[in-house]
Design a protein around this ligand. Structure first.
Ligand SMILES: *[C@@H]1O[C@H](CO)[C@@H](O)[C@H](O)[C@H]1NC(C)=O
Ligand SMILES: *[C@@H]1O[C@H](CO)[C@@H](O)[C@H](O)[C@H]1NC(C)=O
Ligand SMILES: *[C@@H]1O[C@H](CO)[C@@H](O)[C@H](O)[C@H]1NC(C)=O
Ligand SMILES: *[C@@H]1O[C@H](CO)[C@@H](O)[C@H](O)[C@H]1NC(C)=O
Ligand SMILES: *[C@@H]1O[C@H](CO)[C@@H](O)[C@H](O)[C@H]1NC(C)=O
Ligand SMILES: *[C@@H]1O[C@H](CO)[C@@H](O)[C@H](O)[C@H]1NC(C)=O
Ligand SMILES: *[C@@H]1O[C@H](CO)[C@@H](O)[C@H](O)[C@H]1NC(C)=O
Ligand SMILES: *[C@@H]1O[C@H](CO)[C@@H](O)[C@H](O)[C@H]1NC(C)=O
Length: 452
């Protein structure tokens, strides 16, 4: 009886074979037929399973090939960007003087939108469901160099994201015409209506931002985070990287601010500020949750504070940093820890930017405009975007960053991109735990369930 139980546990098949073998001792023909039937069955099963598998593989390979074909083909030069990124002094020296003769008549090629998207290499299809399920909104403030902005747009563009371009009211007619033509070719790219004449350092910067924010909210209910850029920036991470990092941020904003209001003269003569807001000065680069953007645009406390800031100097550096560091106001996504930008404190990942220090390009108003020699610092940086670039200053700088960017996008398509980032750094950002909820949080339970 015990032997029989064991047999059953080993599987019905062995049991059947036993029974049959007992029978074959009595009848040989019966046994031969059984062995024949068994081998045929197994072979057929094996054939079916491998056939189906390779069918799937062929489908997947076809899809990968098709997606890879979308990406831009960059003009080749003698310079090797790989060597430049690995800090080869000779390669860097050569690349500094390289002129790239690649004139694209954007007005002409946007006459045919299909051709424009194809020839320029826009990613018009979804690469991964991770990205599709986490749509982003972008605003780009610009006033010149439409060819440079188009290359930024090409790098960040995804069919499931939404992009607002604020072309300054004082821009040349040609700039406006090119950006309008581009936006007419891409459904989810639009120009801010009623653009503003932006004066840097005045409230008009904020007005332009608010304009894009409002129109982005109206046009899409889906996006989860807003990233605001200027036309002179470029991504250091692919869309997949950015989505994976923002998901880890757990519904918090990323805004830098200093602990001490360093420049009290900016607002001293107008104190007190309304609404019990704690005044802070910070960087103008931010990653903002949708709920924060809604608060900024429509909450009375935020609107009163913004109106008061109009009287002060550099309000664009005070508005978002102050609201994001006033936990008493319960602003969605706001930081509840001590605001401090530094190595061991709050880590600001929105921008790679060099102030005052060693710059291999050119310092303009104390900010480094990057040159080829700055490239080796970028691939290992934790930052999402780099600021800033001039189209005509050492053009190989942007050209090599583009090459790196599309190499990584290629990895995203084949699936290799998922293991590129060291997520440990991002998982330990202090704002992940210390913030006011904004509705995008993943419960700890949900997080383990998803990653398992
Ligand atoms: C750039 O290339 C075009 C032809 O493609 C040529 O006519 C022009 O002279 C070149 N310009 C420079 C600066 O080399
Ligand atoms: C104003 O904010 C401070 C923290 O900065 C808080 O201690 C205080 O209770 C707030 N006052 C009111 C009236 O909310
Ligand atoms: C990003 O948006 C904030 C909030 O409106 C604004 O203060 C800042 O100037 C913007 N930054 C850029 C680069 O436009
Ligand atoms: C606006 O913000 C204030 C301060 O954060 C908050 O007390 C109030 O409930 C908000 N109003 C609305 C309508 O959400
Ligand atoms: C590149 O090399 C230079 C000198 O050859 C060195 O000063 C610099 O730190 C290096 N940069 C990186 C990112 O390794
Ligand atoms: C991009 O990929 C190509 C082909 O694998 C390689 O030759 C090139 O060095 C890569 N460029 C960079 C910047 O990594
Ligand atoms: C990932 O980053 C953490 C800290 O940011 C570091 O300790 C760890 O060694 C890194 N892992 C790899 C594989 O580079
Ligand atoms: C995400 O934020 C929520 C609410 O602020 C918090 O309860 C949760 O622990 C956070 N998740 C992680 C992984 O820190």
């Amino acid at each position: 009886m015990a032997g029989m139980c064991q047999l059953l546990r080993c599987g019905d098949l062995i049991h059947v074979i036993r029974v049959v073998c007992q029978k074959c001792k009595k009848n040989r023909k019966y046994g031969v037929f059984f062995v024949f039937a068994l081998t045929t069955g197994i072979s057929f099963g094996y054939f079916m399973s491998t056939h189906r598998l390779s069918d799937e593989r062929i489908m997947r390979n076809k899809e990968i090939t098709h997606l890879l074909e979308m990406l831009p083909v960059l003009s080749t030069t003698e310079e090797s960007c790989g060597e430049i990124f690995s800090n080869n002094t000779e390669a860097i020296k050569r690349a500094r003087n390289t002129i790239i003769n690649e004139s694209i008549d954007l007005l002409a090629i946007t006459n045919n939108c299909q051709e424009f998207k194809g020839r320029r290499g826009y990613v018009t299809e979804t690469i991964s469901s991770v990205e599709e399920d986490f749509p982003l909104a972008y605003s780009i403030l610009m006033y010149k160099d439409p060819e440079q902005v188009e290359r930024l747009l090409r790098a960040i563009y995804r069919p499931h994201n939404i992009h607002c371009i604020h072309v300054d009211a004082s821009s040349e007619e040609r700039t406006n015409a090119i950006m309008l033509a581009i936006s007419n070719c891409l459904d989810n790219v639009f120009l801010a209506s009623k653009p503003i004449n932006v004066q840097w350092g005045s409230f008009s910067v904020v007005d332009a931002e608010l304009l894009c924010m409002k129109q982005l909210l109206q046009r899409s209910r889906k996006w989860k985070y807003l990233i605001n850029l200027t036309g002179q920036e470029f991504p250091l991470k692919t869309n997949l990287d950015i989505v994976r990092i923002l998901k880890v941020m757990n519904g918090s904003n990323m805004v830098s601010a200093s602990t001490q209001p360093l420049d009290v003269t900016r607002w001293r003569s107008h104190l007190p500020a309304p609404g019990n807001v704690s005044l802070h000065k910070g960087s103008t680069h931010a990653l903002l949750t949708r709920a924060f953007v809604q608060y900024l645009l429509y909450n009375k406390t935020a609107k009163d504070f913004a109106r008061w800031l109009r009287k002060t100097n550099f309000p664009d550096e005070s508005l978002v940093p102050s609201l994001n560091h006033s936990p008493q106001l319960q602003v969605p996504g706001a930081y509840t820890g001590v605001p401090k930008t530094g190595v061991d404190g709050y880590r600001f990942i929105a921008r790679f930017k060099i102030w005052y220090r060693a710059c291999n390009g050119k310092l303009v108003r104390n900010v480094c405009v990057f040159g080829v020699g700055d490239l080796p610092k970028m691939p290992r940086s934790h930052h999402l975007f780099a600021n800033k670039f001039y189209f005509n200053l050492e053009p190989m700088t942007l050209r090599c960053l583009e090459e790196l960017h599309y190499n990584k996008t290629r990895e995203d398509i084949t699936g290799a991109g998922f293991s590129r980032l060291n997520m440990t750094f991002y998982n330990n950002l202090p704002n992940i735990k210390r913030h006011i909820p904004s509705g995008l949080e993943t419960s700890d339970e949900g997080r383990t369930r998803k990653t398992s």
